[in-house]
Design a protein around this ligand. Sequence first.
Ligand code: SF4
Ligand code: SF4
Length: 283
Amino acid sequence: MKQIVVISGKGGTGKSVLTASFATLAKNKVMVDCDVDAADLHLLLHPVIKERHQFRSGKKAVIDRKLCTGCGSCIAVCRFDAVSGGFAIDPISCEGCVLCSHICPTGAITMEENLAGEYFVSNTKYGPFVHAKLGIAEDNSGKLVAKIRQVAKEIAERDKLDYVIIDGPPGIGCPVIASLSGVDCAVVVTEPTLSGLHDAKRVIEVAGHFKVPVKLVVNKYDLNEEMTGAIENFCGDNGVTVIGKIGFDKAVVESMVAGKTIVEYCDGGIKEEIVNIWGKVAV
Ligand code: SF4
Ligand code: SF4
């Protein structure tokens, strides 16, 4: 079983379009959407939720009003202004530092497990799909990504699947690291702009740190062929294989409006390029 992550260093490069196409082209696979802050792969894969699970991570303070004498010590010690004048804890502001629970003279404050989000195992016409939704203002996206990757890996092992195809989150932070760790190949999708090159460099560096082999795709390469050349030069100098260049095609937007993956939506041109790219990823 091979784990493949598609990443970009930033959002809006066409990463999910490529991942959804891989979902259509790969035969025996499970898909995972690791962009738990702003998941979008479900818009193309149309999942039917089969299992829904709570994701708990970290702790938040809770005040038992029956035990509280109103001494105000918790308000005084909380550096995050999470305790209101009415002695209630704002769960969004509480950082779970536990200080107030130690300081409370009546034992009115306990630390309770925090519901940080949900994750789902779904059926799609392309195969099983694991996805998630992080709660508002939650910052445990790395842990949630690790969780859904573990669930997807277990499904792949149980069903003897050939691929785990991961739609990675944007950026280079914790959730990206959680998406990259232990994969067999990272496909970096970039666009021919200065910021595209900059972001691709950063994410390639992160992948290099974890010794993950990288393959690169330039999306909309024909919008700036000079910059595409600069990206190819950078890749050549740094041992990264450019496995494909996808031209700008308005059929991509049309396919999204139609709720289809681009390889389902059209023939020739862009479809052929993506089929070629998949052929170089699947080896
Ligand atoms: S420290 Fe304890 S007793 Fe004092 S106000 Fe806070 S919750 Fe109430
Ligand atoms: S646990 Fe820490 S952050 Fe949360 S209310 Fe208590 S003192 Fe404030």
